[in-house]
Design a protein around this ligand. Structure first.
Ligand SMILES: Cc1ncc(COP(=O)(O)O)c(C=O)c1O
Length: 420
């Protein structure tokens, strides 16, 4: 009887396969709270204070760039980075169709025209061939997004970009600490953009950073985030003394309390990434071995460290004989919280690009008709095949991950019932 309840799907009244609690996120230690309290008591809360400087230096070292700037979020980081590498209104910026809406919005908000390119059907990262095909004489920049748990093919993207004089701003909101041939994501192109929003693997609730090597790119981003103030000579001191320059600027600053939280998170990050990598590899091997219709996207051997905002998986509906939504619902009932992806940006209701009543940044001569655009790999991934498992589950213990695998195995063993 016990065995029958255990083998019956939870969606049909059986007991869920996962009984252990899911790992919590964000992870916080007493030392984080103590450092935030110390900052609060110090009375220095903003304006490129000592914690921000300490964090930016440590983060530049971690990513492998000369400079790092702290900003308010991972959207204004993209705006500033694009402007700093030379994007002006009317330029075209190539953006993968599958990403969070902010990647496209950042370009639109500075007056650029977004050209959407397709993604790889399995890794969900920008497809280098689609990127190359989208280049026109008006293309000024591309934003490769290292999405979920797979880096972009940076060899191919950088070669094409360099050949056509296209600037590369990496969107690394998902993969703080990924490395391509040993080089940090965010150090490979002309600038790297990071988000520290609450769900990200390095977080201060909100916040962002840009990494770069070029002092002029650094100086422009500094002015843009700091109402026009810039360090007098970044080559001597990246943070000061600050002087009023000749560049336009906003207030996109990070606070000292956020920087304090980031210092704590950065200390934990390498160990957390290693744990996620080990669990991802275990899940990949187990699903391969049993020939599940659900498979982890293969890891490119050129990736030397893979950070995970989520594990990227591919579902084969033909092999399972069950649509993805039904399979995922059964898994979720078992306590294995697999989900889908973002929507294609060109038809996301969050952008409302086709709604005439929606306030949109001024744009003209749009290079694509977003209302009718349908990029095949993006469409199929979003509606039928792509599956994700959020990063916090990859921090689970061996026993917890064993239960996740048992949940998948149980659903696979009951595919006949789901088909009926
Ligand atoms: C891929 C990607 N780019 C950019 C952003 C924007 O970051 P933020 O929310 O900090 O503005 C996000 C945030 O979720 C993201 O996932």
């Amino acid at each position: 009887m016990e065995t029958m309840t255990a083998s019956r799907l939870a969606s049909e009244g059986g007991s869920p396969a996962v009984t252990l609690p899911a790992p919590g996120w964000p992870v916080v230690e007493e030392s984080d709270a103590a450092l935030v309290a110390e900052v609060v008591r110090s009375g220095v809360w903003s304006w490129v204070g000592p914690r921000e400087r300490e964090f930016c230096q440590a983060y530049a070292d971690f990513i492998g760039t000369r400079f790092c700037l702290g900003l308010a979020n991972g959207t204004v980081t993209l705006q500033c980075a694009l402007q700093a590498v030379g994007v002006v209104p009317g330029d075209e910026v190539i953006v993968p169709a599958l990403t969070w809406v902010a990647t496209a919005q950042a370009a639109m908000d500075i007056g650029a025209n977004v050209v959407f390119a397709d993604v790889d059907p399995v890794t969900l990262a920008l497809d280098p061939a689609s990127f190359a095909a989208a280049i026109t004489p008006r293309t000024r920049a591309v934003i490769p997004v290292h999405l979920y748990g797979c880096m972009c093919d940076m060899d191919a993207i950088l070669a094409t970009a360099r050949q056509h004089g296209v600037k590369v701003v990496e969107d690394v909101a998902h993969q703080h600490g990924s490395r391509w041939r040993g080089k940090g994501a965010g150090s490979l192109g002309d600038a790297g953009s990071f988000s520290f929003q609450q769900s990200k693997v390095l977080t201060s609730g909100e916040g962002g950073a840009v990494t770069c090597d070029d002092p002029e790119v650094y100086r422009t981003i500094f002015a843009l985030k700091q109402v026009g103030w810039t360090p007098e000579n970044p080559a001597v001191d990246a943070f000061g003394p600050l002087v009023k320059g000749n560049k336009y600027g906003h207030n996109y600053r990070l606070t000292e309390m956020q920087a304090a939280l980031l210092l704590g998170g950065l200390k934990r990050l390498p160990e957390q990434t290693a744990r996620r990598e080990a669990n991802a590899q275990r899940i990949a091997a187990a699903l391969r071995e049993v020939g599940s219709p659900l498979q982890v996207a293969p890891r490119d051997p050129r990736i030397t460290t893979q950070a995970y905002y989520a594990l990227t998986l591919t579902y084969d509906p033909a092999k399972a004989g069950v649509p993805r939504a039904k399979y995922l619902a059964a898994l979720v009932a078992e306590g294995c919280a697999m989900g889908g992806t973002y929507e294609p940006v060109y038809r996301s209701p969050l952008l409302n690009l086709a709604d005439a009543t929606s306030p949109l940044p001024f744009r003209q001569n749009l290079p694509q008709d977003y209302a009718t655009l349908r990029l095949p790999n993006t469409e199929r991934a979003v509606t039928e095949t792509a599956v994700t498992l959020s990063q916090k589950y990859l921090l689970g213990s061996d026993e917890y991950v064993g239960q996740l695998l048992a949940a998948i195995r149980k659903v696979d063993d009951n595919l006949g019932r789901l088909q009926a």
